[in-house]
Design a protein around this ligand. Structure first.
Ligand code: PLP
Length: 394
């Protein structure tokens, strides 16, 4: 085993100058383990990935079974393979009728790239509308429709014809016109610090898009697969998108993403020109097997019922005068304080005490909690006691 920080910092490209730098040897359920025997309670699930816990036995069994059959055999879309077939069928059964055709990709950013291309191709329009403070990924297209100007400006020129509206603001819907190919929006904004829209807003957005012939794209890369208490967050708002994008928790710990739409719409990427979107590893059979197993666990009767009550339990325990606000849906939280220094002190102290919380990319005065949905009520209490002690010290 090699846990040298020198190797890590010298030979692995870094995203920031201050990586978390904890050594991980093993993970199981809610817990991560270091080579020194240190045990961490993972309250962020690798950022909304390990929704059914690390190394869920059903996922591990499905991966092992697929390993014994075959790994990658061909680029996406040519050979018929059981795992992607079963997964696409199960997704179609779980989703509204119009979301019946899945394009498998490798990540959240690629899912959004595919969705934007599909919207342009299907409508013949070029304008894309996104929301201020959104986060849709780090590739050129996904970055173009993300809100954080600081992160974008160094990489311009980005996609042309992108306009921004304010999230949850009904007046801004007037900017959606017959020129707009699509509106891409997180059903609940994640990186903006867990911003939950009004039901009426999303319904008005749906109506405006329908009236203008504009496609509505819901990015459920962070909110999907049970995180908010339902399989997908849009179920709670009574609104169905034209295109749905997924990733993160979809693979139960393996990398996979998808954009999902109606077959007839999806066909516009298939013909004239053919190969409108292509990918080598999209629909990788091992990732699809892991994803199907994840979906089966999430859809087991009663599994999702506990999410809301455990979310409420966190809120009940996390009472402190220094907390400015808690924003929560299901088990997706932003805990807001007066400034970044307080947040940094709490996150660092929690880590020292073996509880992992994490920052947001663009929301400095809050930290995030998104534990595995399998966390027990006793573990919620244990975690909250440690967080409260860290808040006391901050
Ligand atoms: N969309 C949302 C809402 C996300 O939270 C993320 C990642 O955090 C992405 C897209 C990008 O996904 P990926 O990192 O897999 O490219």
């Amino acid at each position: 085993m090699e846990f040298s920080h020198d190797v890590f910092l010298r030979h692995i490209a870094q995203t920031t100058g201050q990586p978390f730098l904890i050594d991980i040897e093993k993970a199981e359920g809610l817990y991560l383990y270091g080579p020194d025997g240190k045990k961490y309670m993972d309250l962020i699930s690798g950022v909304a990935v390990s929704n059914i816990g690390h190394r869920h036995p059903h996922v591990i069994a499905a991966i092992k079974d697929q390993l014994d059959r075959h790994l990658h055999v061909m680029v996406y879309g040519e050979y018929v393979q059981s795992a992607p077939n079963l997964l696409a069928k199960r997704l179609a059964e779980a989703l509204p009728d119009t979301l019946n055709c899945t394009y498998f990709v490798n990540s959240g950013a690629e899912a959004n790239e595919g969705a934007l291309k599909l919207a342009k191709r299907y409508t013949g329009r070029t304008e894309i509308i996104a929301c201020h403070k959104s986060y849709h990924g780090s590739t050129h297209g996904a970055l173009s429709v993300s809100g954080n100007e600081v992160k974008k400006s160094a990489f311009r020129p980005l996609l042309p014809d992108v306009r921004f509206i304010h999230f949850n603001c009904q007046e801004d819907l007037a900017h959606i016109t017959e020129k707009t190919a699509c509106v891409i929006i997180e059903t609940v904004q994640g990186d903006a610090g867990v911003r939950i829209p009004d039901k009426k807003y999303l319904q008005a957005l749906r109506r405006r898009c329908t009236d203008m012939g504009t496609l509505l794209v819901f990015d459920e890369i962070q909110t999907g697969f049970g995180r908010t208490g339902t399989l997908f967050a849009f179920e709670q708002f009574g609104v169905v998108p034209d295109i749905l994008t997924l990733a993160k928790a979809m693979g139960g710990g393996l990398p996979i993403g998808a954009f999902i739409a109606d077959r007839a719409m999806m066909n516009t990427l298939t013909f004239e020109p053919m190969l409108g979107h292509i990918t080598t590893f999209g629909g990788n059979p091992v990732c699809c097997a892991a994803s199907l197993a994840t979906l089966e666990v999430l859809l087991e009767s009663g599994f999702l019922d506990g999410v809301e009550s455990k979310g409420q339990l966190f809120e009940k325990y996390l009472q402190h005068e220094k907390i400015v606000e808690i924003r929560r849906i299901g088990l997706m939280f932003a805990i807001e304080f007066d400034c970044f220094e307080t947040v940094a002190s709490i996150v660092t102290d929690c880590l020292e005490q073996g509880v992992i919380c994490f920052w947001f990319l663009s929301t400095n005065n809050s930290f995030r909690i998104a534990p595995p949905l399998t966390i027990s009520p006793e573990e919620v209490k244990e975690a909250c006691d440690i967080i409260l002690a860290a808040i006391d010290k901050a």
